[in-house]
Design a protein around this ligand. Structure first.
Ligand code: PRT
Ligand code: ZN
Length: 210
């Protein structure tokens, strides 16, 4: 039988904990060095090391069967995948934040304002829900510097400690979505016995941590 494939982040905030989780499940493999794919020695599984943004699409298309990725990325890419298990790490909140001296006080005050973000789809859904018409400026990184550069009136970005907001003269305004790492699977594969076995092992590792 062909090995199943799981896609995890190659490097970055989710890599280490994704690797640790799989190792704690008893899987014997090497973390990413230069090869983008590695075979697990003692389980019918291959691991693909990818940029996080590519993981939901790979799973949706069936190039990978499973993936571990932030909920924020799944929602932003609007991928059709199944949520198998919340993993409890990589927790963060997508927030709208304002310059400390911003006149914006209530949500409605965002009407007509510009908001810089790397999450235009999630932000647009949120604004639609509250019937707010703001101008979304999509930028791919360093969103926090946009207001200081005169690019936008506000930002919508991921916050965990809040340190980055503070050091850029910004204050949190409203929470748009919360996120954590999720084990996802492609549609229709959840009955596979190897996936059931892996999911059971993952759940017992998570339970042992409680
Ligand atoms: O290279 P690749 O594309 O794979 O990685 P990446 O750079 O896009 O993502 P990475 O590794 O930064 O984050 C991976 C995932 O971790 C995200 O998609 C989130 O689900 C989750 N996560 C958890 C975070 C944070 N916490 C976080 N703090 N992702 C990003 N941040 C950034 C945020 O963008 C901001 O710049 O950290 C800064 C804010 O942090 P604080 O602590 O100062 O508030
Ligand atoms: Zn990324």
């Amino acid at each position: 039988m062909k090995n199943l494939k799981i896609a995890i982040q190659k490097s970055g905030r989710l890599n280490e904990k994704s690797v640790l989780l799989l190792k704690n499940c008893g899987l014997d493999f090497e973390n990413y060095k230069s090869s983008l794919i590695t075979t697990v020695a003692n389980f019918s599984l291959e691991i693909l090391f990818l940029r996080d943004d590519d993981i939901p699409g790979y799973v949706e298309q069936g190039i990978a069967d499973l993936g571990i990725v932030g909920e924020n990325v799944i929602e932003e890419t609007r991928s059709q995948v199944q949520y198998l298990q919340r993993l409890g790490f990589g927790r963060c909140t997508l927030k709208i934040a304002l310059p400390k001296d911003s006149p914006v006080d209530r949500l409605e005050d965002l009407n007509g304002k510009s908001i810089a973000t790397s999450y235009p789809n999630i932000l647009q859904n949120f604004l639609n829900e509250y019937k707010i018409k703001a101008d979304i400026q999509e930028i791919s990184g360093s969103v926090e510097i946009a207001p200081g550069l005169g690019l936008s009136d506000a930002i919508c970005d991921i916050v965990s400690t809040g340190g980055t907001l503070k050091s850029n003269g910004l204050k949190p305004f409203v929470d748009v979505a919360s996120s954590e790492a999720i084990l996802i699977a492609r549609e229709g594969i959840e009955e596979n016995p190897i996936i059931c076995e892996l999911l059971q092992r993952i759940q017992s590792v998570l339970r042992a941590k409680e």
